[in-house]
Design a protein around this ligand. Structure first.
Ligand code: SAH
Length: 355
């Protein structure tokens, strides 16, 4: 059965589905899900992420977490965790850069939260010698100090979309028309989870609701509040988004999200307000939202780039300069991507971030 036939059969039985259910099927269905069945990253794939652009990204995030670990008295043992590690590149760079931090490697237990069997294989290869423990969901991470990174993880979580109708909402849903998938609208419903959006929306405006984001952030925050630690969450988005931010990418180009389900990456902007509030409600301090470019500059990416550039010339040098620009420049990833840090109230914020 093709992915489209599977979705049609499901719609036949249950009626039109929410965008969240559609995203979950397209991205994570065990048989045809986009992430479950392929490695989508890099030049040969559909999209490129910061750690795939340059080793500097993982190195600097690693040193930032290691400094937080030192600032908190070097607790041992501790969980070093990543959500959605992709090819394992960020973690490999992080681990290489922190080798020189006394005691860090001896104290860490490496835990990876990853839904995709294909990407777990890639991670195992990239992290040979470190014996990671994989988790399907975050709740099974141990109860001990937690130092965590998540880059472009929250943007892959399923979202529901709603159109405002008076002080109520109609959900955008995916149904069938003449044998093809189409967007439609569900009935008018009350949505208590969206009551705060009555303040900043007007009739007909579209808002998004990522129901998975708060529980995942709460699971991180409860561990950090109880045992110490820090989290660096990097993603594209802002405090609160308005309008349709769903993006489908295939072969590095935007495409129709309903065309060829399971064959394109589907993401939406992250609402960092939801993450911040969930962290605070579970005893953590959240830093101010900081543009990725500002954060990396504060951590010394330009000095690191100069050091890496010293022996290079020709294309290799041009590539390094382009990578530095791509990660930091406001017209590239520097401003679109934001960093949120979480840490215990009695500790200092992770380097490069302020509360
Ligand atoms: N962090 C990596 C990869 C980003 S792509 C990088 O920056 O290159 C998103 C990653 O999250 C993939 O590894 C994908 O398989 C994983 N993922 C997506 N949804 C998930 C979920 N619900 N649970 C666990 N992992 C998920």
């Amino acid at each position: 059965m093709s992915p489209l036939d599977h979705l049609i059969a499901r719609i036949d039985v249950d009626g039109p589905m929410s965008l969240a259910d559609y995203m979950a099927e397209c991205l994570l269905n065990p048989r045809f899900g986009y992430y479950t069945t392929r490695d989508p990253l890099g030049a040969a794939g559909d999209f490129t992420t910061a750690p795939e652009i340059s080793q500097m990204f993982g190195e600097l995030l690693g040193l930032c977490l290691a400094q937080s670990w030192l600032d908190q008295g070097a607790p041992a043992p501790f969980t070093l965790a990543e959500l959605g590690p992709g090819r394992g590149t960020l973690m490999a760079d992080l681990l290489r850069a922190t080798r020189a931090v006394p005691g860090f490697h001896a104290a860490l237990e490496l835990h990876l939260v990853e839904a995709s069997p294909t990407l777990r294989e890639a991670q195992a290869k990239a992290l040979t010698g470190f014996e990671p423990i994989w988790h399907d969901i975050i709740d099974s991470l141990p109860q001990q100090p937690l130092f965590l990174v998540a880059n472009e993880f929250f943007d892959a979580l399923p979202v529901r979309q709603f159109l405002r109708d008076g002080t109520s909402w109609r959900e955008k849903r995916i149904g069938m028309q003449n044998g093809t998938l189409t967007f439609g609208l569900g009935p008018v419903t009350e949505q208590p989870a969206l009551s705060h959006r009555l303040e900043d929306t007007r009739e007909g405006d579209l808002v998004e609701l990522c129901e998975g984001a708060a529980p995942i952030t709460a699971a991180i925050a409860t561990r950090i509040a109880a045992h110490g630690g820090a989290a660096l969450i990097v993603d594209y988005g802002d405090w609160r988004s308005l309008g349709d931010t769903l993006q489908a990418l295939r072969d590095h180009a935007p495409c129709d999200p309903l065309e060829a389900p399971g064959s394109a990456d589907l993401t939406t902007h992250v609402d960092f307000e939801v993450l911040t509030q969930a962290a605070q409600a579970h005893g953590c301090t959240a830093t101010r939202l900081t543009p990725q470019g500002v954060f990396l500059e504060r951590l010394g990416i330009t000095d690191r780039a100069r050091a890496l550039a010293a022996p290079l010339e020709g294309d290799a040098l041009d590539n390094l300069i382009a990578a530095h620009r791509r990660l930091t420049h406001p017209e590239e990833m520097g401003n679109l991507f934001k960093v949120l840090g979480l840490y215990p109230g009695n500790a200092t914020p992770p380097p490069g971030l302020q509360s």
